[in-house]
Design a protein around this ligand. Structure first.
Ligand code: GLV
Ligand code: GLV
Length: 320
């Protein structure tokens, strides 16, 4: 019997696939740091029974149309805006993502980004690197307090809740906005539900953890930044396209808001000449929310576990 053919769109460690080599024929794209070119991905899709892909791959209708054998797409991410989910489901293809295993790690990074932005950590490190430190001074690199301020979390899913727990530890007041109420967070974390406008006008930190969809595309637009306090700090650890980046740039440049910490961008990767990188009051990270060695390994293992489940006729752990 021929084994199912699984194409993995990045070079991943052999130890991850070793437990499955009896069961599957694997092929990987040869590079760990560069995505597979689209034409090669399309060629592979023609004969693949399963794909293990990254958020850098667009699993769209064009690909699905030429992939008659495809049974599962295991996405190495919790977000799945890179996949035409409805189209895939219509074709009976299972889509899985990697929730839960990355929740705490991504919340750590989100909070680290918030702190780094508020306390100007990156700027301060650069200050010494550039050998500018000559004197202690009362307002040298003075930033914004975090403790006892108000955090407004937009998108109170698993990661939002984990960020709220961290915020509670810092004595922050917690507001959240979400499609549905999160009763547990209200009880356990004293998080308060707010409508979007109220959250924007009263939060010291506005943190976006909202998934990208048709409804949230460019949700953070000019009007939204207008409503925020001039002392507000905006943090985005979800998807870049939830933000109108030109509007954000203008808000930061004119000090309409105080600062921003961004782990995600509309077009990734960005380059050093990106307007947002030019601003002193912005901390930019290369989409590393879930990037710890342990969590990336857990995410890969979950993808393979899901693939194995589908081909042995069982329910995958984390289907969409
Ligand atoms: C990363 O952005 C993810 O969606 O897991
Ligand atoms: C600062 O280092 C202080 O002692 O207040």
């Amino acid at each position: 019997m021929t084994k199912p053919y699984i194409y993995i769109t990045r070079k991943i460690p052999d130890e991850i696939i070793n437990p499955y080599v009896e069961q599957f024929d694997f092929k990987m794209w040869e590079k760990a740091d560069e995505p597979v070119p689209r034409d090669i991905l399309l060629e592979e899709a023609k004969r693949a029974d399963g794909l293990l892909c990254m958020l850098s791959e667009n699993i769209d209708k064009e690909l699905l149309n030429i992939a008659p054998q495809l049974k599962i797409v295991a996405n190495l991410a919790v977000g799945y805006d890179n996949i035409a989910v409805d189209e895939a489901k219509e074709r009976g293809i299972t889509i899985t993502n990697t929730p839960d295993v990355l929740t705490e790690t991504t919340a750590d990074l989100t909070f680290a980004l918030l702190m780094a932005t508020a306390r100007r950590i990156v700027e301060a490190d650069t200050y010494i690197q550039k050998d500018l430190w000559r004197n202690w001074a009362p307002y040298l690199l003075a930033g914004s307090d975090i403790h006892h301020k108000t955090i407004g979390i937009v998108g109170m899913g698993r990661i939002g809740e984990a960020v709220a727990r961290r915020a509670k530890g810092f004595g922050m007041s917690i507001l959240y906005h979400n499609r549905s109420r999160h009763v547990e967070a209200e009880k356990e974390l004293q998080a308060t539900y707010a409508d979007f406008k109220e959250l924007l006008t009263t939060s010291d930190f506005v943190v976006s953890l909202i998934p990208l969809s048709k409804d949230t595309n460019q949700l953070f637009d000019r009007d939204v930044f207008d409503k925020m306090k001039s002392s507000a700090i905006f943090i985005n650890a979800s998807r870049g396209a939830t933000v109108d980046e030109e509007a954000l740039y203008d808000a930061l440049r004119t000090n309409q808001i105080k600062a921003a910490g961004l782990d995600v961008f509309t077009e990734e990767p960005i380059r050093a000449n990106h307007p947002l990188v030019q601003l002193d009051n912005t901390v930019c990270l290369p989409h590393i929310g879930s990037a710890t060695e342990q969590t990336r390994t857990d995410m890969l293992n979950l993808c393979l576990d899901n693939i194995a489940a589908v081909f042995s006729g069982n329910a995958p752990k984390t289907p969409l």
